[in-house]
Design a protein around this ligand. Structure first.
Ligand SMILES: N[C@@H](CCC(=O)N[C@@H](CS)C(=O)NCC(=O)O)C(=O)O
Length: 227
């Protein structure tokens, strides 16, 4: 199987794996990286989060994901998975190579800890609906939004910098779970002008990912809905 996005199928009614995605969604981005690393081919179904209201609120998409968030993954047999951590875990369980986690239980827990800093603590605070609520319910302007995002990303990146290794990807020569979470959050930091230059380990990992085929294929600019 060739990894990454392969464009919509010409054959109507034929079902392969389908990823409901938005080019700038961090959670979809991490799922795209995981699919590409595992070499799972899929069709991208873009859902435009930036509309007003966003397309995630359409009844047709709510029928796919009642939480109205991205990503969602439709499997070959029609089963639908939501929540990127669950999808990434499913991929790890069903496509063993290359592994996202090592065998050692302590190291696995450490790597999951870094992934959780991003997935549980950083990303939820700069999710689009949170920022929209700050704008609409609390009249936050652009500078305040940027300051909000910078506040939470800075705290998370400081912790990640202290926890990852001194060479290679976050935890070794091959990319794994922590990298899958970290790289999309770096893209988000760049979007909100949060500088990462002060964290040399994170900068190193970003540099390695920039020339890794799976990370390149998953990048926002390479997606069919990129604007
Ligand atoms: N924990 C979820 C987060 C999903 C999430 O918040 N996705 C964002 C895009 S990155 C979304 O769909 N936002 C739309 C909204 O909040 O209305 C996951 O990892 O899948």
């Amino acid at each position: 199987m060739q990894g990454g996005h392969r464009g919509r199928r010409a054959t109507e009614g034929a079902h392969g794996v389908e990823l409901y995605t938005y080019y700038r969604s961090g959670a979809a981005y991490r799922t795209r990286i995981a699919l590409a690393l595992k070499g799972v081919a899929y069709d991208s179904i873009p859902i435009d989060l930036a509309g007003d209201p966003g397309a995630q609120n359409d009844p047709a998409y709510r029928a796919i994901n009642p939480q109205a968030r991205l990503p969602a993954l439709r499997l070959d047999d029609g089963d639908i998975l939501i929540q990127s951590p669950a999808i990434i875990e499913y991929l790890e369980e069903t496509v063993p190579e290359p592994p996202f986690l090592p065998k050692d239980a302590v190291l696995r827990a450490k790597i999951r800890g870094v992934a959780a800093i991003i997935g549980c603590d950083a990303h939820p605070l700069n999710n689009s609906s949170v920022l929209k609520t700050l704008r609409t319910a609390f009249a936050a302007d652009s500078a305040q939004i940027h300051a909000w995002v910078a506040q939470w990303l800075t705290l998370s990146f400081m912790a990640v910098e202290a926890l990852i290794g001194d060479e290679g990807f976050c935890f070794g020569p091959s990319p794994g779970l922590a990298d899958i979470y970290l790289i999309p959050q770096i893209a988000s930091a760049q979007r909100f002008d949060v500088p990462i230059a002060g964290w040399p380990r994170i900068v190193r990992v970003a540099g390695l990912a920039a020339s890794h085929p799976a990370f390149m294929a998953a990048a926002p600019a390479r997606q069919p809905d990129a604007k």
